[in-house]
Design a protein around this ligand. Structure first.
Ligand code: SF4
Length: 88
């Protein structure tokens, strides 16, 4: 078990900490401190960059995350990445 490297800058956790602290604690237990590799936000942040991760994506939105990654020209194997324009 490794902690998510995005914990200190995760926009979802920041919002939940203010608006829904109990849910923030549950999210940390379920994903951030245990299984970040299956978090939809982590996958999007890692693949496309945090600035391209939709604000409303929840950790359990894996199907939606995979669809976004598949369609994005910014994914690691996408045309923009192939052109050298990928910012990551
Ligand atoms: S596991 Fe997901 S929700 Fe938790 S800090 Fe990482 S990106 Fe954010």
């Amino acid at each position: 078990m490794t902690k998510c490297p995005n914990m200190s800058k995760c926009r979802l956790l920041e919002r939940l900490a203010v608006a829904e602290p109990r849910r923030a604690a549950e999210t940390k237990r379920a994903y951030c401190q245990t299984c970040h590799s299956i978090c939809a936000r982590y996958l999007l942040d890692h693949e496309l960059g945090q600035e391209r991760t939709p604000a409303d994506i929840q950790p359990g939105d894996l199907v939606r995350a995979m669809e976004i990654i598949e369609r994005s020209p910014w994914r690691a194997s996408g045309p923009l990445a192939q052109s050298g324009a990928h910012p990551n």
